[in-house]
Design a protein around this ligand. Structure first.
Ligand code: C5P
Length: 239
């Protein structure tokens, strides 16, 4: 998948455009792309995506859409027009919602003469432990089985891939094949703080397991020297 120049996507989890731009300018020579999530998007709006596009940097717009099909389709059309390279919806929104998202992305891309974004499904958040999955949310069975089932559902609905914990890469590959995109957050280089993430792995191991893209936030953005943090992750994954 040659959408990004390398698998490393940096999460711009900041509130100010100026703060994001400092990170973009310092890290774009090294990172494959950047992720605009709900903190930055809800602070500055589509301008965050526009700035990255102006710098010719691929943007993963991580708004984890989860609503009725018509509403999600409308939001996907807007984000496609803004130039998202990747966008996501929750698999828990069901097949009709996922299909509506894909149809909207392709329809809008054709109308606006832009590349259609990859549409991927969020499975189970990497901050959810097995215990919380069963005891709090009330799902039965293991997280990994549920993730593999939802990944297949997303594939059958026409999505390009999923966002999942690195611990589930092997199962997803087995269920969905080699071409399916697997984006893994929950990356923690050896010795880094886990923060609120529960199901984590080192970047090198995630790539070896078959991740397509890695999303890394605080281990880079909160590092004393973000550039050397990115360089050492690239080195760890053999780039
Ligand atoms: O700082 P950290 O590396 O934990 O950031 C992970 C990023 O990936 C955050 O922006 C978070 O929203 C995102 N993410 C996640 N788990 C998912 C989907 C996205 O941690 N399942």
């Amino acid at each position: 998948m040659a959408l990004l120049k390398n698998p490393l996507i940096i999460a711009l989890d900041v509130s100010a455009l100026e703060e994001a731009e400092i990170l973009i300018d310092r890290l774009s020579p090294y990172a494959g792309g950047f992720k605009v999530g709900m903190q930055l998007y809800n602070s500055v709006g589509p301008e965050a995506v526009r700035r990255l596009r102006q710098k010719n940097v691929p943007v993963f717009v991580d708004l984890k859409l989860h609503d009725i099909p018509n509403t999600v389709a409308g939001a996907v059309s807007v984000l496609t027009r803004h130039g998202a390279a990747i966008l996501n919806v929750h698999a828990a929104g069901g097949v009709a919602m996922m299909q509506a998202a894909v149809k909207a992305a392709h329809g809008e891309a054709a109308r606006s003469a832009v590349e259609p974004p990859l549409v991927v499904a969020v499975t189970i958040l990497t901050s959810i432990s097995q215990d919380a999955f069963n005891q709090e949310i009330g799902f039965t069975g293991s997280i990994s089985e549920r993730v593999a089932k939802w990944a297949l559902l997303a594939k059958e609905a026409g999505l390009d891939g999923v966002v999942a914990s690195p611990l589930e890469i092997a199962l997803i590959r087995k269920a969905c094949g080699e071409d399916f995109v697997i984006i893994t957050p929950g990356m923690r280089p050896a010795g880094a703080a886990a923060d609120d993430q529960k199901r984590t792995m080192t970047p090198g191991e995630a790539v070896r397991q078959g991740a397509t893209y890695l999303v890394v936030g605080r281990p880079v953005t909160a590092a004393p020297d973000p550039v050397s943090a990115v360089k050492s992750i690239l080195e760890e994954i053999g780039l």
